[in-house]
Design a protein. Structure first.
Lengths: 343, 651
C-alpha cells in the first residue's frame, strides 16, 4: 500500500476556485475525515481523487504513480478505488448480489470465485440473506451496507465515502459508524471520508482535515484538533466553545491555565500591557466555584444530560458553560475557567 | 431579458409543438438534482443567442432542458474535457466520461439531418430574392389569396382551439370532475389522429351524403353544398385539431400554480369565482398565450385539413399552394416553393415573436408547492360540468369517428346505413385487393420502424452528451435538434426536396423520388420526438450510478451496456412507439416527397378521397385510427415504467 498525496491541488470552475492549493498526505491505511461546512470544496477534493474531476493545477499521486495533474487524468475506471456515494448509487436493475459482484465481473472474475467473494462481502455487512433482493426492496441502512459491500469486494487501494451517513437517522448512524470502523480495520484500505458532521469525523477518523472556502486549514488526529485547533476558523468549527479576545502576557504559552486566565479575564485588570489574542474556551472547562470570577447568566437551556449556560463577562464578552443545575437568568455567580487555548 | 416563469417554462416547452396532427412534447421533466450535492450554486443555464432562441421558439430556450437541469458537475468537465489537448502518452487524459469519438459522431449525424437541408433552403430562398423570383411570386394574386386564407384559417382556428382547450384544461386541472384520465386521453386523440383523417371524418359526418345523417334521416338534400368545404369549415377543424395543444399548454401552466396561492386567496375571503378571476386566470395566462401561439403556428403549417376541405372548393392556403405548385412541376418550381415556404417560416416566426411580446409582462415566478389540483369543488354543478365536457367530446370526436366508421361500411356512395346494407367490402378491398394500399401499409410500416429504431442510434448518444456536458457545442446540438421540430412540416419537406433533388455529389445517386428521401425527412423531423423520452430518463438518472460503474472499473461501452442502457430501456421503448405512431400517419412531409411506389398511409387516404373513393378512404382511416388507439394503449400499459411527462395525456 502506498500513500495518497495531493500536491498543491487547485480546482477552478470559473470564478472563485472551488479548491485552492490543497496539499494533503493520507498516510498508508489511514482514515482521513474531510470536515467542513457545505460548499467548502470537500466533495470536489474527493471527486478529484476518484478521477471524476481533473485538477486545474497541482497533482495527485498514489505512491509512485501519478493519478492526475493539469494535463493528465487517469480515468476512474483505472484507479482501483471504490466509493460509497451519498445516494448509494446502487443499480436498480441488478440484484444485491449482482450489484456487489459487478466490480468483479468487470475485472473478469466469475464463477465460484466471484460467488465466494460476494458472499464474504455480504457477510461482513450482515446481508447474506438479501443477496437476491433488488435494491429498491431494501431499507436505507441496508442499501448503505450494500454500497459498502460493493466497495469491499475488490480490495481497492482507496475507499472514498461521500457523506455516506447523511441520509440515515440518528440511530442507524451509530450502527453504521461501527460498521465503517470494522470495515477499515479489516480491509486495510486507505479511506477518505467526507462529512460536515464533526461528531462522525471525530468518532471514525485517524486524521481530520478541516476545510473552509476551498482551503485546508489544519490536519491532525481528532483529539489533537479538538484540544489544539489552529486559528479562529478551526476553533469555531470544531467542538463547542467560545472565542474571547483577551490581553495575554508576552511570555504566555498557548495552553493557558486558570491563574493566567484569571488575570486575563480582568479580575482586577492587572494585565493591560500584552497584545490582544484569541483564546478558545471549551464549555467543559468552565465551572461554578467560589473562588471564580463573577459572571452573569444570560440564558439557561436544558439539553437533556445537563444545562447549557450563556454567560457574560464584565466587559460584555460571551462565554458558554455547562451546569448540572438550572440557573435563573440574570443571576450573578462566580465561575472558574480551568483551561484555555490560544488560537 | 426576462426568463420564463416556472409556469410558462412548462408551457413554453410545448411551443415546440407546431406541426399539425403530431405529437409535440415539452422537454424537461427531469428534476434539478445533484446540484445541491455539489455544494456549488448552479450557474444560470447556458443559453442560445437570445435573439435566435426567441425567433425559433418564441422563448429563450429555458429549457435547454438539457443544460438547465444538468447537475453542476458536468460544467466542470467542460474545462477538463474540452479543448485540452493531451500532452502525455497513454490512457485517456480527460476527466470527462465520454470517449472522444462520441461528440463528433452525434454532431455529424445531427448536422446532416438538420442543418444541411435548412441551409439549402435558405440558400435557395436567397437565390429567389436575387433572381427576382421572390417579387414575382409574392405579387402573384394566387399567393395573395393563399396568404389571406392561411391567415384567416389559422387565426380562426386559434380562437376555436383556445375556447375548447381552455375549457378542458381549466376544468380538468382545477375541479373535482370525475374521469379525468379518460377525458384527458380522449381529448388528446384529435392530436394523435392525422388531420386528413379528422377532416375526412367530419366530411362524412356533415355532408349531404353522410351515411350517419342519412341513417338518422337528417341529411340535407343531395346536391346541396358540403358546409365544411369553406373557410369556416377549415377554421372549425383546425380548431378541433389543435385544441389539445392549447390544452397541454394551459394545463402545464396551471399545474405550476402553487396550491397555497389558491388557499391563501380563499382564506383572504375570496369566493371560488373571485379566486378564479383574480388568481388562477392571471397566473394561467402565460399558458393561454403560449397555447394560442402554438395553435396559430400549427394552423399556418397544416396541410391535411386545407387539402381535404379547401381543394374541392378551390380555397388555397400556402401549404396547399406549395403542394399544387410542386405537382405541376415546372422550370421555376424550386424557386417558387422556396419562396413560399420561406413565407410560411416568416409568418410562424412572427406569431412566435408576438407571443414573446405578450408574455413579456407576465413574468410570474411561482414559488411554493406545485399543483392546484382539484382546488375547486363544483358541488352540484359537477354533473353539469361533466355533461358539458362529454357532450363536447361527443360532438368533436365521437360523432365524426362514428360517421367515418359508418361511411366505411356502406356498400355504395349515398346509400343509408342499415343492418341490411352493412358491408365490409371496403375493408376487403383495402386489405386484399388494392395493391396500392398494400404498398401504402408496407411503406409507412417500414418508414416508421426504420425512423423509430434508427433514431435511437442518434438520440441515445445525444441524450447522454446533453445530460453530461455543457457549453457551446452542447447548445449547438440542442438547437440543431430542435429546429426541424419547430418548423412547420411543409417547410422541412421543401428543404428536403431542394437538398436532395439533385444527385448526391460523389456517389451520383438521386434520393428524390425514392423512399429514402422520406426516411431522411422523417429522421430529421422526429429527432426531437425521439430524444424527448430518452432525454428525460437520462436526466432523471442519478449520475452517480454511472460513476459507481466507472469506479468499479467499467469502461465507456461496458458501462453503457451494463448500466446506462438497461436503465434507459423503458424510455427508449416509449420513444420508438411515439415516433412510430407519429410517422406512420404522417402526411405533410410525405405528400410532397412521395412518388409512385413510395406512397404512405397519409398520402393513400388523401389520394383515395381525392379520386372519389370515399368509402375506401374511410375504411383506411378507420384502420389508421385503430392503429393509433392500439399504440396509445400500448404506451399506457408502459406508463408506470416511464419517466414522468413522457405521455402527454397523463398528469
Amino acid at each position: 500500500m502506498a500513500q495518497l498525496i495531493l500536491n498543491h491541488v487547485t480546482k477552478n470552475f470559473g470564478g472563485r476556485p472551488a479548491v485552492s492549493d490543497v496539499t494533503l498526505t493520507v498516510r498508508k491505511q489511514g482514515f482521513l475525515a474531510l470536515l467542513g461546512p457545505s460548499g467548502c470544496g470537500k466533495t470536489t477534493v474527493l471527486r478529484m481523487v476518484a478521477g471524476f474531476e481533473q485538477p486545474t493545477d497541482g497533482s495527485i499521486e498514489f505512491g509512485e504513480r501519478r493519478l492526475a495533474d493539469a494535463v493528465f487524468s487517469l480515468p476512474p475506471e483505472k484507479r482501483n478505488m471504490a466509493m460509497v456515494f451519498q445516494s448509494y448509487a446502487l443499480w436498480p436493475h441488478m440484484s444485491v448480489a449482482e450489484n456487489v459482484g459487478y466490480p468483479l465481473k468487470v475485472r473478469g472474475v466469475s464463477g465460484e470465485a466471484c460467488r465466494r467473494r460476494v458472499t464474504e462481502a455480504l457477510a461482513l455487512v450482515k446481508l447474506q440473506d438479501f443477496a437476491e433482493r433488488r435494491p429498491t426492496a431494501l431499507s436505507g441502512g441496508q442499501r448503505q451496507r450494500v454500497a459498502l459491500a460493493r466497495c469491499l469486494v475488490t480490495e481497492p487501494d482507496v475507499v472514498l465515502l461521500d457523506e455516506p451517513l447523511a441520509n440515515l437517522d440518528q440511530h442507524l448512524r451509530k450502527a453504521m459508524e461501527e460498521t465503517f470502523r470494522v470495515f477499515h480495520e479489516r480491509s486495510g484500505a486507505t479511506m477518505i471520508y467526507v462529512t460536515h458532521d464533526q461528531a462522525e469525523a471525530m468518532a471514525l477518523a485517524t486524521d481530520v482535515a478541516v476545510m473552509a472556502e476551498g482551503r485546508i486549514l489544519q490536519v491532525a488526529p481528532p483529539a489533537e484538533i479538538y484540544a489544539r485547533p489552529e486559528g479562529r476558523v478551526v476553533g469555531g468549527l470544531i467542538g463547542r466553545g467560545s472565542i474571547l479576545r483577551l490581553r495575554l502576557p508576552e511570555n504566555a504559552g498557548r495552553q493557558l491555565d486558570w491563574p493566567l486566565l484569571r488575570q486575563a479575564l480582568g479580575d482586577g485588570g492587572q494585565v493591560r500591557a500584552g497584545p490582544l489574542a484569541d483564546v478558545l474556551i471549551r464549555p467543559e472547562h468552565v465551572h461554578r466555584a467560589a473562588d471564580g470570577i463573577a459572571m452573569r447568566t444570560v440564558s439557561c437551556v436544558f439539553e437533556g444530560e445537563r444545562f447549557a449556560l450563556d454567560l457574560t463577562l464584565s466587559d460584555g464578552q460571551r462565554l458558554k458553560a455547562y451546569s448540572s443545575v438550572a440557573m435563573a437568568e440574570g443571576t450573578l455567580a462566580p465561575f472558574v475557567v480551568s483551561g484555555g487555548w490560544r488560537l | 431579458m426576462e426568463k420564463p416563469t416556472n409556469a410558462c417554462l412548462e408551457t413554453d416547452e410545448i411551443a415546440h409543438s407546431r406541426r399539425p396532427g403530431r405529437l409535440r412534447f415539452p422537454f424537461g421533466g427531469g428534476e434539478a438534482r445533484g446540484a445541491e450535492r455539489q455544494g456549488g450554486p448552479l450557474r444560470p443555464p447556458a443559453k442560445l443567442p437570445p435573439e435566435l432562441a426567441r425567433t425559433l421558439y418564441g422563448f429563450d430556450l429555458p429549457a435547454s432542458p438539457y443544460v438547465g437541469e444538468v447537475s453542476s458537475r458536468s460544467r466542470k468537465r467542460e474545462r477538463a474535457g474540452a479543448g485540452r489537448q493531451p500532452a502525455l502518452p497513454g490512457g485517456s487524459r480527460r476527466a470527462s466520461s465520454e470517449p472522444a469519438w462520441l461528440l463528433p459522431f452525434v454532431l455529424a449525424a445531427v448536422f446532416l439531418l438538420s442543418a444541411l437541408p435548412l441551409i439549402r433552403l435558405g440558400w435557395a430562398g436567397l437565390g429567389g430574392i436575387k433572381g427576382g423570383e421572390a417579387a414575382r411570386v409574392l405579387l402573384d394574386p394566387a399567393t395573395f389569396a393563399a396568404l389571406r386564407n392561411t391567415l384567416i384559417t389559422a387565426t380562426g382556428g386559434m380562437v376555436v382551439s383556445l375556447v375548447l382547450g381552455a375549457l378542458f384544461a381549466f376544468t380538468l386541472a382545477l375541479t373535482d370532475i370525475r374521469g379525468k384520465l379518460v377525458l384527458s386521453f380522449a381529448f388528446m386523440l384529435p392530436m394523435m389522429i392525422p388531420p386528413q383523417v379528422t377532416a375526412l371524418a367530419w366530411v362524412e359526418m356533415s355532408g349531404p351524403s353522410s351515411p350517419l345523417l342519412k341513417t338518422l334521416g337528417l341529411a340535407p338534400p343531395l346536391g346541396s353544398p358540403q358546409p365544411l368545404y369553406s373557410l369556416s369549415g377549415m377554421v372549425l377543424l383546425l380548431g378541433v385539431q389543435h385544441a389539445p395543444l392549447v390544452f397541454l399548454a394551459v394545463k402545464a401552466g396551471l399545474a405550476a400554480i402553487p396550491r397555497d396561492a389558491v388557499e391563501a386567496a380563499r382564506l383572504a375571503g375570496a369566493s371560488p369565482w373571485r379566486v378564479f378571476r383574480d388568481i388562477v386566470l392571471p397566473l394561467g395566462s402565460p399558458g393561454l398565450v403560449a397555447g394560442a401561439a402554438i395553435a396559430f403556428v400549427s394552423g399556418i403549417g397544416n396541410f391535411g385539413i386545407p387539402a381535404i376541405l379547401g381543394i374541392p372548393a378551390s380555397i388555397e392556403t400556402l401549404p396547399t399552394l406549395i403542394y399544387s405548385r410542386l405537382a405541376s412541376f415546372g422550370a421555376s418550381t424550386f424557386g417558387e416553393i422556396a419562396v413560399l415556404s420561406t413565407l410560411i417560416a416568416v409568418i410562424s416566426a412572427a406569431g412566435l415573436l408576438l407571443q414573446q411580446r405578450a408574455l413579456a409582462g407576465r413574468d410570474y415566478r411561482l414559488v411554493g408547492l406545485g399543483g392546484a389540483s382539484a382546488a375547486f369543488s363544483l358541488g352540484r354543478f359537477r354533473l353539469w360540468g361533466e355533461c358539458l365536457l362529454w357532450g363536447a367530446l361527443a360532438l368533436v370526436l365521437v360523432a365524426p369517428l362514428l360517421a367515418l366508421v359508418a361511411s366505411s361500411l356502406v356498400p355504395a356512395y349515398g346509400v343509408p346505413l342499415t343492418l341490411e346494407t352493412v358491408s365490409f367490402r371496403a375493408y376487403g378491398e383495402i386489405l386484399l385487393r388494392q395493391s396500392l394500399t398494400l404498398t401504402a401499409f408496407r411503406n409507412p410500416l417500414f418508414l416508421a420502424s426504420a425512423a423509430a429504431v434508427g433514431l435511437l442510434f442518434v438520440t441515445v448518444p445525444a441524450a447522454y452528451l446533453l445530460a453530461r456536458r455543457q457549453g457551446a457545442l452542447a447548445n449547438l446540438l440542442a438547437v440543431l435538434i430542435e429546429i426541424p421540430y419547430a418548423l412547420p412540416g411543409i417547410v422541412l419537406a421543401v428543404a428536403f426536396v431542394l437538398a436532395f433533388a439533385a444527385p448526391l455529389p460523389a456517389i451520383g445517386l438521386t434520393l428524390y423520388g425514392t423512399i429514402w428521401i422520406i426516411l431522411a425527412a422523417y429522421l430529421s423531423s422526429f429527432l426531437a420526438v425521439s430524444l424527448k423520452p430518452v432525454m428525460s430518463a437520462m436526466l432523471q438518472m442519478d449520475p452517480s450510478l454511472e460513476e459507481a460503474a466507472r469506479l468499479a472499473g467499467a469502461g465507456f461501452l461496458r458501462r453503457m451496456r451494463d448500466v446506462v442502457l438497461p436503465l434507459l430501456a423503458p424510455a427508449a421503448g416509449a420513444s420508438v412507439i411515439l415516433v412510430f405512431l407519429i410517422s406512420a400517419n404522417e402526411l405533410t412531409v410525405s405528400a410532397l416527397l412521395w412518388s409512385a411506389g413510395t406512397q404512405t398511409l397519409g398520402v393513400a387516404i388523401f389520394n383515395l378521397d381525392d379520386s372519389g373513393s370515399s368509402d375506401l378512404a374511410s375504411a383506411l382511416s378507420v384502420l389508421v385510427v385503430l392503429m393509433v388507439l392500439a399504440l396509445m394503449a400500448a404506451l399506457e400499459v408502459f406508463a408506470k415504467y416511464l419517466p414522468e411527462g413522457v405521455l402527454p395525456w397523463r398528469n
